[in-house]
Design a protein around this ligand. Structure first.
Ligand code: S3P
Length: 174
């Protein structure tokens, strides 16, 4: 497997399973795992929802950018699960695409609603109905498309199946 294929970024909308698939994939590939939101929470000592609520979304995006840079500069291979908004920044897109292989876990608004029902850790989805989620997703779709090398429709797949598909994809990367 090519060295670039040992630096894997998982991107996608909230609820697409990045934080579940990431650890599974890293275990199977024997690579270290990082989650950008966990790194941010550990570094700042604050919940992501508090950073967004009290310091603002722009500040959160700035911290997120720095965190992505720091994680990407590691000399080892890795699997990184990114926050759902990481791919919105052109700088982040470029960094991920040049540095590794970017996999977009694609999900429909219906599945997001189902999976995140009752979740109150994501301020961006608070009080949003299915149409709002659809609108937010439509705004993000071009960013995910531009950021990724490969995409997988994950709605009806178990985490293990998503992992298997990712490994198949990585085996094709020369
Ligand atoms: C966000 C997604 C969240 C988290 C923050 C903002 C977004 O991560 O980074 O609440 O803008 O989509 P998950 O995608 O892991 O939920």
């Amino acid at each position: 497997m090519d060295a670039k294929a040992q630096r894997i970024y998982l991107i996608g909308f909230m609820g697409s399973g990045k934080s579940t698939i990431g650890p599974l994939l890293s275990k199977q590939l024997h690579l270290p795992f990082f989650d950008s939101d966990i790194e941010i929470a550990n570094e700042t000592g604050c919940y992501i929802s508090d950073i967004i609520s009290f310091r603002g979304l722009d500040r959160f995006r700035a911290i997120e950018k720095e965190t992505l840079k720091k994680l990407s500069s590691k000399n080892t291979g890795f699997v990184i699960s990114t926050g759902g908004g990481v791919a919105l920044s052109d700088e982040n897109k470029r960094l991920m695409k040049e540095n590794g292989i970017v996999i977009w876990l694609k999900i429909t608004p219906e599945t997001v609603q189902k999976r995140l029902k009752g979740d109150n850790t994501r301020p961006l989805l608070k009080g949003r109905n299915k149409d709002d989620v659809q609108r937010l997703m439509d705004l993000r779709k071009p960013h995910y498309e531009a950021a990724c090398h490969f995409s997988i429709d994950v709605d009806n797949l178990l985490p293990e199946e998503v992992c298997r598909q990712i490994i198949t994809i990585l085996n094709t990367v020369q």
